[in-house]
Design a protein around this ligand. Sequence first.
Ligand SMILES: Cc1ncc(COP(=O)(O)O)c(C=O)c1O
Length: 444
Amino acid sequence: MPADFLERDLASLVHPLHDVKAQRAAHVWVRGSGALLFDADGKEYIDGLSGLWNVALGHGRRELADAAREQMATLAYASGYTGNTNVPAIELAEKLARLTYPRINRFFFTSGGAEANESAIKLARSCWKLRGQPAKTKVISRELGYHGTTLAAMSATGIAGYWPLFEPRVPGFIHIPSPYPYRAQATDGASHGVTIANELEKAIVREGAETVAMFLAEPVIGVGGVIVPPDDYFPRIREICDRYDVLFAADEVITGFGRTGRWFALEHWGVAPDIVQFAKAITSGYFPVGGVGISDQIAQVLDEAPVPWMHAYTYSAHPTGCAVALRTLQIIEEENLVTEASRKGAKLMDALRSRLANHPHVGEIRGKGFMCAVEFVNDRETKQPFAPEEQVGALVHEEAQKRGLFSRIRGDVFVLAPPFVIPDDLVERIAEILASATEAVLGR
Ligand SMILES: Cc1ncc(COP(=O)(O)O)c(C=O)c1O
């Protein structure tokens, strides 16, 4: 049966990141329950990445299906275009105003993360135009950052592998380095965090502050390999943005709604953005919803604009999506899942460290809250990576799958972000499987 599905799949579908060789060995996923996924072969896997970092509440939550069904039966869809609104959208925006940063109180909804970033970029540009500074259009983002694959989001994305088939990129997008504490170069005097944050100042000065609209960054890099910034990085970024009148847009598509152990990740460093992008866990993946929150200042500029803001999606403020999001946020609150994410993250880090910290090819085990990574290296002393053709990360992931753990890798970095509801014994089991898979590929 699975072979038949695969043949039909290959004949009929084009996939995200389409690669026919990989597709020939694809899993045919048929069912989910809690932190477990089942494929058409009947094999069970721990969902080590909560789907794609989104299924925070786990699979098979009847309450979310009920919220969708009830809303669909009442008012499945209505336009959200200006001149229209709906009750779930209003309630969701009010709830987000309470949960996000104090200065963020107004929301625009999208269907996912890339659309959220597109909207953030267009918001920043339009805001400067409306404020009489039309030359402020450039977007500064970071190497290793991931913001989605629509054209502007792809241009902001700092992982070069996403570009070649689709260039030219949108002009006016600039990349600066990301902090990467494990691979930090020695600096004289200033810390790694401040040194790398100062790259933003250098780029703004080089380009001319009067041409820069925004700085766009994930508080903790996700797809790029779960890279946690030093504590002094974002406070310095905020100072620089304020000094040069550059809007700071935080891409919290992965980090939002508790993943790092706080509702929103910049809270860890006492920093607030001007714009916040979110998606993924807002509905725990049960319905495609994303969005942007904007500061009161930006909202005022939009409200006072002499022309309409000509940015729109058919599915903006989709009533069913908003109803599922509301129920998701309610469950996160009722089940205290932000605290649970923090507790289970600490447990996973402990378990990974106790089993893998001394392995000769484990360079670093790192994480924030319940997003973690293990970076494999050829040489621990020099931190020299393996040659890409050795495919070490892919081999470890293959062995992990044989043992019942499914996640993703980026190069030789194995990333983990399990559902918040995963039982404690499965947290231990993830570390056990990853250690055994590592030994199978790299020895003891
Ligand atoms: C930080 C970040 N931003 C944006 C996106 C793009 O979201 P989507 O795939 O929903 O367009 C992702 C997806 O992984 C992401 O991790």
